[in-house]
Design a protein around this ligand. Sequence first.
Ligand SMILES: CC(C)(COP(=O)(O)OP(=O)(O)OC[C@H]1O[C@@H](n2cnc3c(N)ncnc32)[C@H](O)[C@@H]1O)[C@@H](O)C(=O)NCCC(=O)NCCS
Ligand SMILES: Nc1ncnc2c1ncn2[C@@H]1O[C@H](COP(=O)(O)OP(=O)(O)OP(=O)(O)O)[C@@H](O)[C@H]1O
Length: 201
Amino acid sequence: MRIGLTGGIASGKSTVSNWLNEWGYPIIDADKIAREVVEPGESAYQEIVRHFGKEILLEDQSINRKKLGSIIFNDEHERKALNGIVHPAVRKKMLAQKERYEASGHQTVIFDIPLLFESDLFHLVDKVMLVYVDEQTQLERLINRDQAGKEDALARISSQFPLKDKRERADAVINNSGSLEETASQVKMILNQWKANPSNL
Ligand SMILES: CC(C)(COP(=O)(O)OP(=O)(O)OC[C@H]1O[C@@H](n2cnc3c(N)ncnc32)[C@H](O)[C@@H]1O)[C@@H](O)C(=O)NCCC(=O)NCCS
Ligand SMILES: Nc1ncnc2c1ncn2[C@@H]1O[C@H](COP(=O)(O)OP(=O)(O)OP(=O)(O)O)[C@@H](O)[C@H]1O
Protein backbone atom coordinates (compact mmCIF):
# COMPACT_ATOMS: atom_id res chain seq x y z
CA MET A 1 0.00 0.00 0.00
CA ARG A 2 1.20 3.50 -0.85
CA ILE A 3 0.31 6.11 1.75
CA GLY A 4 0.60 9.83 1.11
CA LEU A 5 1.47 11.79 4.25
CA THR A 6 0.68 15.43 3.82
CA GLY A 7 -0.40 18.54 5.67
CA GLY A 8 0.51 22.20 5.73
CA ILE A 9 3.73 23.92 6.65
CA ALA A 10 4.47 23.26 10.36
CA SER A 11 1.37 21.07 10.77
CA GLY A 12 3.50 18.19 12.07
CA LYS A 13 4.35 16.02 9.04
CA SER A 14 7.99 15.55 10.02
CA THR A 15 6.95 14.67 13.55
CA VAL A 16 4.63 11.92 12.25
CA SER A 17 7.11 10.85 9.59
CA ASN A 18 9.83 10.37 12.25
CA TRP A 19 7.53 8.04 14.19
CA LEU A 20 6.66 6.07 11.06
CA ASN A 21 10.36 5.69 10.38
CA GLU A 22 10.94 4.44 13.96
CA TRP A 23 8.07 1.97 13.53
CA GLY A 24 9.82 0.52 10.49
CA TYR A 25 7.99 2.06 7.53
CA PRO A 26 10.08 3.13 4.52
CA ILE A 27 9.72 6.87 3.92
CA ILE A 28 10.08 8.80 0.69
CA ASP A 29 10.73 12.34 1.89
CA ALA A 30 9.98 15.00 -0.76
CA ASP A 31 11.56 17.86 1.26
CA LYS A 32 14.78 15.87 1.67
CA ILE A 33 14.89 14.99 -2.02
CA ALA A 34 14.17 18.64 -2.91
CA ARG A 35 17.34 19.56 -1.00
CA GLU A 36 19.42 16.90 -2.75
CA VAL A 37 18.43 17.87 -6.29
CA VAL A 38 19.55 21.48 -5.82
CA GLU A 39 23.06 20.72 -4.62
CA PRO A 40 25.87 22.26 -6.68
CA GLY A 41 26.53 20.10 -9.74
CA GLU A 42 22.93 18.92 -10.12
CA SER A 43 21.08 20.15 -13.20
CA ALA A 44 18.30 21.81 -11.17
CA TYR A 45 21.01 23.85 -9.39
CA GLN A 46 22.25 25.22 -12.68
CA GLU A 47 18.76 26.11 -13.82
CA ILE A 48 18.05 27.90 -10.53
CA VAL A 49 21.20 30.01 -10.82
CA ARG A 50 20.35 30.80 -14.45
CA HIS A 51 16.85 31.94 -13.48
CA PHE A 52 17.41 33.66 -10.10
CA GLY A 53 20.99 34.89 -10.58
CA LYS A 54 24.14 34.45 -8.51
CA GLU A 55 22.67 36.74 -5.82
CA ILE A 56 20.87 33.71 -4.37
CA LEU A 57 24.14 31.84 -3.71
CA LEU A 58 26.14 31.70 -0.49
CA GLU A 59 29.92 32.15 -0.51
CA ASP A 60 30.48 28.40 -0.83
CA GLN A 61 28.28 28.47 -3.99
CA SER A 62 25.44 26.52 -2.38
CA ILE A 63 21.93 27.98 -2.54
CA ASN A 64 20.99 30.54 0.10
CA ARG A 65 17.69 28.90 1.05
CA LYS A 66 16.61 31.74 3.28
CA LYS A 67 17.06 34.23 0.46
CA LEU A 68 15.41 32.02 -2.17
CA GLY A 69 12.55 31.40 0.27
CA SER A 70 12.03 35.12 0.83
CA ILE A 71 11.65 35.53 -2.95
CA ILE A 72 9.39 32.62 -3.73
CA PHE A 73 7.06 32.77 -0.71
CA ASN A 74 6.24 36.37 -1.61
CA ASP A 75 5.86 36.04 -5.37
CA GLU A 76 3.63 33.45 -6.98
CA HIS A 77 5.24 33.86 -10.39
CA GLU A 78 8.72 33.15 -9.01
CA ARG A 79 7.36 30.27 -6.91
CA LYS A 80 5.94 28.65 -10.01
CA ALA A 81 9.27 29.15 -11.78
CA LEU A 82 11.15 27.40 -8.94
CA ASN A 83 8.56 24.61 -8.75
CA GLY A 84 8.89 24.11 -12.51
CA ILE A 85 12.63 23.56 -12.10
CA VAL A 86 12.69 21.49 -8.90
CA HIS A 87 9.52 19.36 -8.99
CA PRO A 88 10.27 17.24 -12.08
CA ALA A 89 13.62 16.22 -10.56
CA VAL A 90 11.93 15.45 -7.22
CA ARG A 91 9.23 13.35 -8.89
CA LYS A 92 11.82 11.31 -10.76
CA LYS A 93 13.79 10.53 -7.59
CA MET A 94 10.64 9.72 -5.62
CA LEU A 95 9.55 7.19 -8.23
CA ALA A 96 13.01 5.60 -8.30
CA GLN A 97 12.94 5.21 -4.49
CA LYS A 98 9.44 3.74 -4.63
CA GLU A 99 10.61 1.15 -7.17
CA ARG A 100 13.50 0.17 -4.91
CA TYR A 101 11.35 -0.16 -1.80
CA GLU A 102 8.67 -2.17 -3.56
CA ALA A 103 11.21 -4.39 -5.30
CA SER A 104 12.67 -5.24 -1.89
CA GLY A 105 9.23 -6.43 -0.78
CA HIS A 106 7.95 -3.59 1.42
CA GLN A 107 4.18 -3.90 1.83
CA THR A 108 3.69 -0.26 2.73
CA VAL A 109 5.57 2.79 1.47
CA ILE A 110 5.05 6.29 2.88
CA PHE A 111 5.24 9.30 0.57
CA ASP A 112 5.88 12.34 2.76
CA ILE A 113 4.90 15.15 0.36
CA PRO A 114 3.92 18.60 1.67
CA LEU A 115 2.52 19.64 -1.72
CA LEU A 116 0.69 16.38 -2.51
CA PHE A 117 -2.50 18.21 -3.54
CA GLU A 118 -0.94 21.42 -4.89
CA SER A 119 1.26 19.38 -7.24
CA ASP A 120 -1.44 16.87 -8.22
CA LEU A 121 0.59 13.96 -6.87
CA PHE A 122 -2.27 12.19 -5.07
CA HIS A 123 -2.57 9.70 -7.96
CA LEU A 124 0.76 8.22 -6.78
CA VAL A 125 -0.85 6.93 -3.58
CA ASP A 126 -3.73 4.67 -2.48
CA LYS A 127 -4.59 6.57 0.71
CA VAL A 128 -3.93 10.07 1.97
CA MET A 129 -3.23 10.79 5.64
CA LEU A 130 -3.47 14.49 6.44
CA VAL A 131 -1.76 16.00 9.48
CA TYR A 132 -4.07 18.81 10.50
CA VAL A 133 -3.78 21.70 12.96
CA ASP A 134 -6.00 24.73 13.41
CA GLU A 135 -4.74 27.94 11.77
CA GLN A 136 -3.73 29.66 14.99
CA THR A 137 -1.67 26.68 16.20
CA GLN A 138 -0.05 26.35 12.77
CA LEU A 139 1.01 30.00 12.82
CA GLU A 140 2.34 29.81 16.41
CA ARG A 141 4.33 26.62 15.77
CA LEU A 142 5.80 27.98 12.54
CA ILE A 143 6.89 31.23 14.20
CA ASN A 144 8.39 29.31 17.15
CA ARG A 145 10.18 26.66 15.09
CA ASP A 146 11.68 28.97 12.47
CA GLN A 147 12.04 32.09 14.62
CA ALA A 148 10.07 33.72 11.81
CA GLY A 149 8.20 37.01 11.82
CA LYS A 150 4.41 36.92 11.61
CA GLU A 151 4.32 38.41 8.08
CA ASP A 152 6.83 35.87 6.84
CA ALA A 153 5.00 32.97 8.42
CA LEU A 154 1.66 34.08 6.95
CA ALA A 155 3.23 34.38 3.49
CA ARG A 156 4.48 30.79 3.73
CA ILE A 157 1.13 29.49 4.94
CA SER A 158 -0.79 31.26 2.17
CA SER A 159 1.51 29.84 -0.52
CA GLN A 160 -0.19 26.46 0.09
CA PHE A 161 -3.80 25.28 -0.23
CA PRO A 162 -5.68 25.96 3.04
CA LEU A 163 -5.52 22.97 5.41
CA LYS A 164 -9.30 22.97 5.78
CA ASP A 165 -9.66 22.38 2.01
CA LYS A 166 -7.13 19.54 2.17
CA ARG A 167 -9.20 17.97 4.97
CA GLU A 168 -12.06 17.41 2.52
CA ARG A 169 -9.83 15.43 0.20
CA ALA A 170 -7.97 13.20 2.66
CA ASP A 171 -8.88 9.60 3.55
CA ALA A 172 -7.84 10.15 7.17
CA VAL A 173 -7.33 13.34 9.16
CA ILE A 174 -4.92 13.32 12.11
CA ASN A 175 -5.65 16.21 14.44
CA ASN A 176 -2.26 17.40 15.71
CA SER A 177 -3.59 20.43 17.62
CA GLY A 178 -3.33 18.49 20.91
CA SER A 179 -0.52 16.55 22.58
CA LEU A 180 2.05 14.40 20.78
CA GLU A 181 0.67 11.30 22.57
CA GLU A 182 -2.83 11.97 21.22
CA THR A 183 -1.43 12.40 17.73
CA ALA A 184 0.63 9.20 17.88
CA SER A 185 -2.37 7.14 18.95
CA GLN A 186 -4.50 8.53 16.10
CA VAL A 187 -1.78 7.58 13.61
CA LYS A 188 -1.53 4.04 15.02
CA MET A 189 -5.30 3.63 14.87
CA ILE A 190 -5.47 4.63 11.20
CA LEU A 191 -2.57 2.34 10.24
CA ASN A 192 -4.40 -0.52 11.98
CA GLN A 193 -7.63 0.31 10.17
CA TRP A 194 -5.81 0.33 6.85
CA LYS A 195 -3.92 -2.87 7.77
CA ALA A 196 -0.77 -1.04 6.70
CA ASN A 197 2.01 -3.37 7.76
CA PRO A 198 5.60 -2.08 7.96
CA SER A 199 7.21 -5.48 7.38
CA ASN A 200 8.88 -6.45 4.13
CA LEU A 201 8.47 -10.20 4.46
C1 LIG B 1 12.24 27.80 -1.05
C2 LIG B 1 13.23 26.89 -0.34
C3 LIG B 1 14.64 27.10 -0.86
C4 LIG B 1 13.19 27.26 1.17
O1 LIG B 1 14.00 26.37 1.88
P1 LIG B 1 13.84 26.16 3.46
O2 LIG B 1 15.04 25.34 3.88
O3 LIG B 1 13.61 27.47 4.12
O4 LIG B 1 12.50 25.32 3.66
P2 LIG B 1 12.23 23.73 3.42
O5 LIG B 1 12.76 23.31 2.10
O6 LIG B 1 12.69 22.98 4.63
O7 LIG B 1 10.64 23.68 3.29
C5 LIG B 1 9.83 23.87 4.44
C6 LIG B 1 8.37 23.79 4.06
O8 LIG B 1 8.02 24.87 3.21
C7 LIG B 1 6.96 24.49 2.37
N1 LIG B 1 7.36 24.70 0.96
C8 LIG B 1 8.56 24.49 0.39
N2 LIG B 1 8.53 24.80 -0.92
C9 LIG B 1 7.29 25.23 -1.19
C10 LIG B 1 6.64 25.66 -2.36
N3 LIG B 1 7.29 25.72 -3.52
N4 LIG B 1 5.33 26.02 -2.27
C11 LIG B 1 4.65 25.96 -1.09
N5 LIG B 1 5.23 25.54 0.06
C12 LIG B 1 6.52 25.17 0.01
C13 LIG B 1 6.70 23.00 2.66
O9 LIG B 1 5.66 22.88 3.59
C14 LIG B 1 7.99 22.54 3.27
O10 LIG B 1 7.79 21.42 4.12
C15 LIG B 1 12.81 25.38 -0.51
O11 LIG B 1 11.66 25.11 0.24
C16 LIG B 1 12.60 24.95 -1.95
O12 LIG B 1 13.55 24.74 -2.68
N6 LIG B 1 11.30 24.82 -2.37
C17 LIG B 1 10.97 24.39 -3.70
C18 LIG B 1 10.85 22.90 -3.76
C19 LIG B 1 9.59 22.42 -3.10
O13 LIG B 1 8.48 22.64 -3.58
N7 LIG B 1 9.74 21.71 -1.96
C20 LIG B 1 8.60 21.18 -1.24
C21 LIG B 1 8.27 19.77 -1.50
S1 LIG B 1 8.76 19.05 -3.01
N1 LIG C 1 1.46 17.96 18.98
C1 LIG C 1 2.41 18.89 19.09
N2 LIG C 1 2.53 19.65 20.19
C2 LIG C 1 3.48 20.62 20.28
N3 LIG C 1 4.36 20.90 19.31
C3 LIG C 1 4.30 20.18 18.17
C4 LIG C 1 3.34 19.14 18.00
N4 LIG C 1 3.51 18.59 16.77
C5 LIG C 1 4.54 19.26 16.21
N5 LIG C 1 5.03 20.21 17.04
C6 LIG C 1 6.11 21.18 16.75
O1 LIG C 1 5.61 22.02 15.72
C7 LIG C 1 6.63 22.35 14.79
C8 LIG C 1 6.19 21.91 13.39
O2 LIG C 1 6.19 20.47 13.29
P1 LIG C 1 6.94 19.72 12.09
O3 LIG C 1 8.31 20.30 11.88
O4 LIG C 1 6.80 18.26 12.35
O5 LIG C 1 5.98 20.19 10.90
P2 LIG C 1 6.05 19.89 9.32
O6 LIG C 1 4.64 19.73 8.90
O7 LIG C 1 6.99 18.80 9.04
O8 LIG C 1 6.64 21.27 8.77
P3 LIG C 1 7.30 21.62 7.31
O9 LIG C 1 6.20 21.59 6.31
O10 LIG C 1 7.81 23.00 7.51
O11 LIG C 1 8.39 20.64 7.05
C9 LIG C 1 7.90 21.67 15.28
O12 LIG C 1 8.64 22.60 16.05
C10 LIG C 1 7.37 20.53 16.19
O13 LIG C 1 8.28 20.18 17.18
